[in-house]
Design a binder for this molecule. Sequence first.
Ligand SMILES: Cc1cc2nc3c(=O)[nH]c(=O)nc-3n(C[C@H](O)[C@H](O)[C@H](O)COP(=O)(O)OP(=O)(O)OC[C@H]3O[C@@H](n4cnc5c(N)ncnc54)[C@H](O)[C@@H]3O)c2cc1C
Length: 423
Amino acid sequence: MSDKICNSLWRASSPAAPVLAPLEGRVDVEVVIVGAGFTGLSAALHLAKFGISVAVIEAQEVGFGGSGRNVGLANAGVWLEPDQLDNAIGTEAGSIMYKALAAAPEFVYGLIKEYDIQCEPVRNGTLHAGVGKSGLAQLQRRCEQMQKRGAPVQLLDAAEAQVRIGSSKFNSALFDPRAGTIQPLAYARGLAHAALKEGAKLFDQSPVSKIEPADNGWVLHTEKGQVHAEKVMLATNAYSEFGVKEQARKFVPIFYSQLATKPLSEAQLASILPNKEGVWDTCTVMSSFRLDQQGRLVFGGMGGEGSVLSNWATQRVTELFPILSKVQWDYCWTGKIAYSEDHLPHCQQLEKGLFSVAGYSGRGIGPGTVVGAELAEWLSGRRESLSIPTTVLRDISFRELKRLFYEVGAHTYHIGQQSHALD
Ligand SMILES: Cc1cc2nc3c(=O)[nH]c(=O)nc-3n(C[C@H](O)[C@H](O)[C@H](O)COP(=O)(O)OP(=O)(O)OC[C@H]3O[C@@H](n4cnc5c(N)ncnc54)[C@H](O)[C@@H]3O)c2cc1C
């Protein structure tokens, strides 16, 4: 399976990333973050705002991971139904997490406004589209549970869903007006500009190959430099194997690919998503679709890219929207989703001062941004705990961790070489 990003619509249509350089020589900061995705960049932005010295070290480029490859549905809450969340982590913790992440779209769109991030923000809501009896039952359950917690969601019947989506293939849709769509790579790049503006240091093309304890903290090694820091945050989600022993058990990487059409005609745009909501469906093998600013239909499904996926996508899009009889794909790219066993993101303390956050399970725009900001508050002593589950690992020996980190560095570097070859 390929890990390509080079034929990505988001790359082709994103404003430029800040010009960064690889890490060289020694840098000293209070906090160092590995990974320039939503989590790492939001944490850096907020830490810098609090006056904490912070550096972000990125193996490739800003948004290289899931953050630059995703669908762009800025949703509220987590993947689980609210009652499932309570069952998974307990009612009290569930309610704290639900509340924090219900407000995530507000937080994301607030940052976009505050830093004037040019990322095609559209806040017209999202539609979770129902397929079959079980899909309808799932949406009814979700609607009831979300309304009970005060969410302004609305269950649309088949006729309303048809008007809003422009397809007769769905028997219902759960509309969430709090949510919306963004251009995800442009958002990541915008967060990077904002973090720099607040005083964070950012380095790209610098895979971290080794992490070792040092006086009062840690030292991270890259090919040409080192960062010394009191605290380290690994924000690498599905794009590395840091802490592999624990994460291999907890997080499974799943490939999800997207294709984008040419800009649709005015007649097509009048019937397909006329209100420009983003959509995903209730099928076990999920698909998603949305429009971008140029009126392209961006369609996604589980699996790595290739002719099988594009044939399936062509067939599915034609079934959903007969008006698109001869669909042609201009772009196709793939990303890795970190699915955790319980479908929830987790923060793990691997050692004193060494943390990792991963497992967003396909819902990371809002959660990644919120968790990043919470991490900044937590690491700077402004809050006592995070709203996501946090565990302390005691069962991995330091020797083993050291070996894992070393191997991870080599692995990441290897991926880096491959991806350059594709550009
Ligand atoms: C195809 C796809 C569709 C998705 N759709 C949605 C959606 O519509 N809505 C939604 O909310 N979420 C969605 N998600 C999930 C969301 O994109 C992720 O949860 C989120 O981007 C995770 O952000 P992150 O910052 O934690 O990690 P990432 O964005 O993955 O960033 C990790 C970074 O770490 C870097 N890195 C790894 N190893 C090293 C190393 N050794 N040294 C230095 N750097 C390193 C990587 O290069 C990478 O840039 C989707 C994900 C995918 C893949």
